[in-house]
Design a protein around this ligand. Structure first.
Ligand SMILES: *Cc1c(COP(=O)(O)O)cnc(C)c1O
Length: 233
């Protein structure tokens, strides 16, 4: 019985990232691999960290706060990638490197308020619902411009880019349009030169479709299953 180790999984993923980047004329170093560690225990997380992964993504506030304490010896950039309830913002506001899931005004208000209390700025991505079918979360493309305008007084919030999730499919080519749509939207937003908005980051692509996402311009891919599902043969 051969156990596929986390380090081997990561090495394979890095190769795919490099190939997809080169295929589309991009520099592999411009793509950040985020290890998605939801439900993964700290021992396995350490294995990933030891291969050089420093960006970790979680979708639950309680899990971030617990793991933040337990892994405090490591230099980790924590990413909040899941739906964020406003009443929990205060627990992670000064622990998190990037919030990927800003999708409503009430949440923006709370982030701004808590950031002001701590005298910090907070980096966020706007979560966009391109396909409008799999999830109820995320702004529609048509809503995003007026949303950004409403955020203009929240000077503690720095919008760094966009995030989306594609529907699951057994043929990732079918969701290429989602990634292409997010890239196009980010260019449109970028050209407007909004205050506090820089379209540097495109967080798109998961285990099933990250190569396609990279070909379409992803700068962050969020990978869980591909890293942590240890397969045994
Ligand atoms: C779980 C999750 C991922 C990782 O998905 P995998 O298919 O396991 O790679 C990425 N992004 C978000 C928002 C998630 O919730």
């Amino acid at each position: 019985m051969i156990k596929i180790k986390i380090a081997d999984n990561i090495e394979n993923i890095r190769e795919v990232i490099e190939k997809a980047a080169i295929k589309s004329g991009r520099n592999p170093e411009d793509i950040t691999l985020i290890g998605v560690t939801k439900t993964v225990n700290e021992e396995l997380m350490k294995e990933a960290i030891e291969t050089g992964i420093i960006d970790l993504g979680e979708n639950k506030v309680q899990e971030i706060t617990r793991k933040f304490e337990k892994l405090s010896d490591f230099d980790i950039k924590w990413h909040m990638i899941g739906h964020l309830q406003s009443n929990k913002v205060k627990y992670i506001i000064d622990k998190i490197h990037l919030i990927h899931s800003l999708d409503r005004l009430s949440l923006a208000k709370e982030i701004h308020k808590r950031a002001e209390e701590k005298d910090i700025n907070v980096n966020v991505l706007l979560q966009i619902n391109i396909s409008e079918e799999i999830t109820k979360y995320g702004l529609k493309s048509s809503e995003v411009f007026s949303f950004i305008e409403k955020l203009s007084d929240f000077n503690r919030i720095k919008i760094k880019g966009l995030m989306t999730m594609a529907p699951y499919t057994d043929n990732p080519e079918k969701v290429r349009y989602v990634f292409r749509g997010l890239k196009k939207l980010s260019e449109e937003i970028g050209s407007k030169k909004y205050k506090n908005v820089e379209m540097e980051i495109l967080s798109m692509g998961m285990t099933n479709d990250y190569d396609i996402a990279i070909e379409e311009g992803a700068t962050m891919v969020r990978i869980g299953t591909g890293i942590f599902n240890e397969r045994k043969y």
